[in-house]
Design a protein around this ligand. Sequence first.
Ligand SMILES: Cc1cc2nc3c(=O)[nH]c(=O)nc-3n(C[C@H](O)[C@H](O)[C@H](O)COP(=O)(O)OP(=O)(O)OC[C@H]3O[C@@H](n4cnc5c(N)ncnc54)[C@H](O)[C@@H]3O)c2cc1C
Length: 394
Amino acid sequence: MELRFSDADEKFRAEVRDFLTKDLTEELRQAGKASTSAFSEREWNLGWLKILNARGWAAPDWPVEYGGTGWTVSQKYIFDTECALAETPPLSPMGLRMVAPVIMAFGRPDQKEFYLPRILAGEDYWCQGYSEPGSGSDLASLKCRATSDGDDYIIDGTKIWTTQAHYANRMFALVRTDFTVKAQEGITFLLLDMNTPGITIQPIITLAGDHEVNQVFFDGVRVPKANRIGAEGQGWTIAKYLLVHERGNSFAARIRVGLEKVKAIAQETGAAEDGDFTRRLAEAGVALEALTMTEHRVMAAISQGAMMAAESSMLKTLGTELLQRVNELGIEALGNAAIPYAHDWTRPGANATPLGPAAAPVLMAQYLNNRAASIYAGANEIQRNIMSKLVLGL
Ligand SMILES: Cc1cc2nc3c(=O)[nH]c(=O)nc-3n(C[C@H](O)[C@H](O)[C@H](O)COP(=O)(O)OP(=O)(O)OC[C@H]3O[C@@H](n4cnc5c(N)ncnc54)[C@H](O)[C@@H]3O)c2cc1C
């Protein structure tokens, strides 16, 4: 198997670097550096999307007919890597990488025509309504009810941990249309307008001080049946299709940026003098090389037509656990400077001076926020169950 990049790939890398040097504005560069999680603020997100869309690079994963780039698997990987190294603000995956593939695979022609261009142009901002109190890993037990009423459904219930629901004007949701059949068979996939009467959004402020997640309440919310994707009761099949897209990200480049920052901080604070600390830093570096090679291996297999299955769970588990390990080393390197952290300091333009290294507030917020990385997009314990089933046949 060929794991090196071709000359054509390296030429493409140079083109991407040139674009990033010229088109990524200083404001967005600073915003990317200040991002404390896999999501950035709406204005940064949309600002970067607009620049990418003008270049025709907003949706590398989409087929060309819908506005994709037609890039090879390795070109997409190079693009992701270079964006991570340049610390571009993360784009919300909810529209581009999650609901869009579902609309392409299961939507009606009129739904594709309406929603897909709006996602590319940033006219719609999406959130994901899957989890409920008591229905996370055991998602099929969800209870949010959609009652049939003529051409509409009436939605009653609640969704929780809904990332950026307070920014979103649309939600894709799993709702229960049938309580009498096997749990998985009574679920339907719906698209909702967040401005519909009866929807209330309640913020949940995380340990990192971020307002990123919410609880959303539905009280007699009327949604046209025309907003359903696929058939009634097909929601579980669609949800599983979407989750593979949600998990299959590349992590190595982002972690590499984090590891380099930790090394610089360790020099500044003196942690680099500690033999035990540097040994663990080196071990994380070795794990990062292994993850990078694993990503290349998976990418090479996909370019030859293989489908993501257990690989998606493997990359999610390895990537999030290494990310957390590097974050922990960063906090250790900061020492006391990690303590007087204030959330406002992570915003661009903040004029407070952090104690210790300049990166301290953002690093602390990232450390706290990334504790959730092994929980969201399916907890890592669940990923291990999936791998043991698919790979070991347990
Ligand atoms: C920051 C953040 C953002 C999120 N954003 C969204 C969003 O936008 N939209 C959305 O719908 N959801 C979102 N989620 C929800 C996320 O998908 C769930 O938190 C996740 O699926 C776990 O569900 P739970 O929280 O109910 O925990 P539980 O399912 O109750 O799990 C608790 C613990 O038990 C373990 N466990 C559970 N079942 C098993 C099992 N069978 N075998 C082994 N271990 C098991 C879990 O791994 C976990 O450690 C988000 C969560 C977080 C933290």
